[in-house]
Each structure stands twice: as C-alpha cells, then as structure tokens.
Design a protein around this ligand. Structure first.
Ligand SMILES: C[S@@+](CC[C@H](N)C(=O)[O-])C[C@H]1O[C@@H](n2cnc3c(N)ncnc32)[C@H](O)[C@@H]1O
Length: 272
C-alpha cells in the first residue's frame, strides 16, 4: 500500500482521504486547499496537469512546507540528530505555543515539526507521543519519517504553490470557473489551533462561498455552521466516522456526531 503523505495534525483528514476524494468534482484546472493544516489532502491528490495551492494562515505550517521544498537536506540533517525526548518535546511545544521562535526559517521548521511529530496525534496540547507496541519503536518511526516521508513530501511540494493567506484572500486570489476549493476549517468544539476561528469567520466563509465562480467542498460538523445560512442549492452528504477514521456503516453503532460534506455541485452530474 502506498504510504500516505502529510504531517499528523489536529483534525487531519489522513484517515478519511478516500471519502474526501470520492466527492471531488471532475474537470477543474486549479485546486486550492484553503485550510491545509498537515497538508494531507493536497499532498495525496496526485491528479496530473492541475495547478495545486496549499494554503494555511498559520505561518509555522507554511514555513515548514516551504523549508521542506526548498531546503530539504539541511532540514533533514538538523532533525535527524535530535533525540526522541520528552523534555525536548515539551521545550519545543512551549516555544510554538508561546510563539517564541527564532528568526531562522529552517530552525523554525525544525521546532514546529519536532513539536507536532512528538505530540499525541499532532496535538500540541496533548502529552508526549509514546507507543506501547513493542514491535514498533516510536523513535525509529520518527527517524523513518525523516528519512523517507520527508523526501516524498518534498517531491510533491515541487509542484505545489504554497500560500500563507487568510481564507478570504486566498479564495479571492484564485477564484475562477475552473477552480475547486477544498475547505476544512477549524471545528467549533476544538480550540487547539494557533489561529482562532471566530463566529464572524464562519459567517464570512458562508457568504463568500455563496458568491464564488468556482466549485467548493466544505467538510465540517453539523454544529459548526448555521444551516439556515446555506444556499438552498448546496448538496449535503453525511457520514459517521469513529475518531475521524473508521467509517461506521451499522446505524445502531454510529456515534451521534455526523461529519458533513457540503458542495455547490451535483455529484451525479459530475460523473456523467
Ligand atoms: C482542521 S485544520 C485542517 C486540517 C487539514 N485538512 C489536514 O488534513 O491536516 C484547520 C486549519 O485551518 C487553519 N486556519 C485557521 N484560521 C484560518 C484562516 N482564517 N484562514 C486560513 N487558514 C486558517 C489552521 O491553522 C488549521 O491548520
């Protein structure tokens, strides 16, 4: 099986990528991952001949992807010799949370990646990531990630435009009839992102989406938006996932929270 590429991050779509891709429209020329986070959706979408844009307002995320694309060897060299250590992880997490980072972009990328990769599920507010699986040493997986995944990610990034913009600006900049926006904004119930996503942001996003020329797919929970504000022609798909990963088909075992995909295009028409 092909290794999926991306950085473990809160709310990452790493475990439901096939569902997300199955909802993509056909025939677009420009793809914009507006809230890219760990980059999973952009990095694993390998359709040829499409302009791809990876955007996030968090400068530490886009700095990491830019350094990986443009200075991979030096980034890998600095990461490789770091010990897999709880105290170093805590120190780096504190620097990231308090935004006390050095000016050197490569060092900033080292600190961000180390902090995220050594946290449980990429959550900077969680504990140190350890494994109880004796067959698989976590420090070895960390080294493997540096050795192998970073190379593959850097290769993909060569064909990706990286933007560090607010969603309003990136949508305005790239909107056209041939553009497809993928939107995975922060959830209302999760306050662990470095950039706060306010009620005004939620309202603005919906208003902007009503007037774009391109297509969009928005992933969210039911509670994240006021449905009465949606355009009545938008299509809504519901799925029940357990811990964001495993699709639950048996109705009785389904968790209460449904995960939504909201689109401004008909999937059936897309297939024909
Ligand atoms: C749920 S995460 C995206 C996860 C991503 N799809 C993945 O698979 O890893 C939401 C992202 O939105 C970013 N964000 C928050 N406010 C933003 C804004 N106003 N404009 C653009 N990005 C923003 C956060 O920094 C965060 O990385």
């Amino acid at each position: 099986m092909k290794t999926k590429l991306g950085v473990a991050y809160i709310g990452s779509k790493s475990r439901c990528l096939s569902w997300v891709y199955s909802l993509f429209p056909k025939n677009f020329k420009c793809f914009v991952d507006v809230f890219a986070g760990g980059g999973w959706v952009s990095l694993n979408f390998d359709e040829k001949g499409i302009i791809k844009v990876l955007n996030d307002k968090d400068e530490l995320i886009t700095n990491f992807f830019m350094v990986l694309r443009d200075n991979k060897n030096e980034l890998k060299r600095r990461l490789y010799y770091l010990p897999y250590s709880r105290s170093l992880s805590n120190k780096y997490k504190k620097l990231v949370k308090e935004n006390k980072l050095p000016d050197d972009e490569i060092e900033k990328a080292v600190i961000w990646l180390y902090a995220v990769k050594t946290s449980f599920s990429g959550d900077l507010y969680s504990g140190f990531g350890v494994s109880i699986d004796k067959r698989r040493s976590i420090s070895l997986s960390f080294k493997e990630f540096i050795d192998k995944s970073l190379d593959k990610m850097a290769d993909c990034l060569k064909n990706i435009i990286i933007e560090n913009l607010d969603f309003r600006d990136v949508i305005k900049k790239y909107d056209s009839e041939n553009t497809f926006f993928y939107l995975d904004p922060p959830y209302k119930s999760v306050h662990k992102f470095r950039i706060e996503f306010t009620e005004k942001d939620r309202k603005d996003l919906i208003e902007i989406l009503k007037n774009i020329k391109g297509k969009f797919l928005l992933n969210c929970f039911e509670e994240d938006f006021d449905f009465r504000e949606f355009d009545k022609n938008w299509i809504i798909e519901k799925k029940y996932f357990l811990n964001f990963g495993f699709l639950v088909k048996n109705k009785k075992k389904r968790p209460k929270k449904a995960y939504l995909a909201v689109m401004n295009y008909q999937l059936l028409n897309e297939i024909l």
